[in-house]
Design a protein around this ligand. Structure first.
Ligand code: 6PG
Length: 263
């Protein structure tokens, strides 16, 4: 397509329709998965909730081109969760399970929902991440390390109308987090219900981050973010999506023409 009207960090894929966009995204996810399994024997995938990725997850399950994703070697993580029971329509894991996890041949023990209602939900998930994606010691043996920041292989994020991503809302406590990998986020600046969310330190340690934004209703926010980044440094407190900057990994945006504001 022609030069995008917006400028964003990383690679930017723009497609006229969602089907073509989902193909680009699925192809990137598949490449990351194959490389991760080749290099390390396992693929750590973290998925977001919200309405935007739902049709993508369905396409990933239905289209025979993506059947070679090595699901048996995949660990499925959840980027953020609303503190509701899994049966609640607002549960991210419910949506991800119904559209993807119930259909992909991922062994059950490799599917990692958050214990959304537990008092120590964030600590439990952080511990689970460190145990499962254990740090190699000097001999190359994998073992849990209490200070280790695990590297997810592929993270799929969305963006809200207020430029939040994951459950990192503008002006909320979680956007200031520099140490913990997973936190509870709630209060005045968080759209209810309270959330449990991966933080910038964990998301930015990922090998590949993809941000999927579709629909005309996101165009104004995307434009605002792009204009801000053209003139100033990233401001994760005001525009949390600008805090996504993988330290040693790749960043790519997947936009449909309506969200990107191009013909
Ligand atoms: C969530 C998400 C969140 C989401 C955006 C976009 O649980 O709400 O993980 O960060 O990606 O809010 O949501 P939509 O796709 O519904 O617009």
């Amino acid at each position: 397509m022609t030069t995008p009207a917006i400028q964003l960090p990383g690679r930017v894929f723009i497609s006229a329709d969602c089907d073509a966009l989902f193909d680009d995204l699925a192809s990137s996810l598949m490449s990351s998965a194959i490389k991760a399994v080749h290099d390390r024997g396992v693929f750590h995938l973290a998925l977001s909730g919200g309405s935007t990725p739902e049709p993508f997850y369905m396409q990933l399950m239905i289209d025979p081109r993506w059947r070679i994703v090595p699901w048996e070697r995949t660990h499925l993580w959840i980027v953020d969760e609303r503190r509701v029971p899994e049966s609640d329509p607002k549960s991210n894991f419910r949506m991800i399970r119904e559209t993807l996890a119930d259909h992909a041949p991922i062994p059950r023990r490799q599917v990692h929902p958050m214990a959304a209602l537990a008092d120590d939900a964030a600590d439990l998930y952080q511990q689970e991440l460190r145990e499962v994606i254990a740090a190699p010691d000097q001999e190359g043996t994998l073992r849990p390390d209490p200070s280790f920041t695990p590297r997810l292989d592929f993270v799929l994020l969305g963006m809200g109308d207020d430029a939040h991503t994951a459950s990192l809302f503008p002006g909320s406590d979680a956007v200031h987090e520099k140490v913990e990998l997973v936190v509870v986020n709630e209060g005045r600046n968080v759209t209810p219900p309270p959330r449990v969310t991966m933080t910038f330190p964990l998301l930015n340690a990922a090998r590949q981050v993809a941000i999927l934004v579709t629909d005309q209703k996101k165009a104004a926010t995307l434009r605002k973010v792009s204009d801000h980044l053209r003139e100033a440094a990233a401001d994760p407190v005001l525009y949390p999506i600008t805090g996504i900057a993988p330290v040693e990994g790749g960043l790519a945006w997947y936009l449909d023409a309506a969200a990107a504001g191009v013909e």
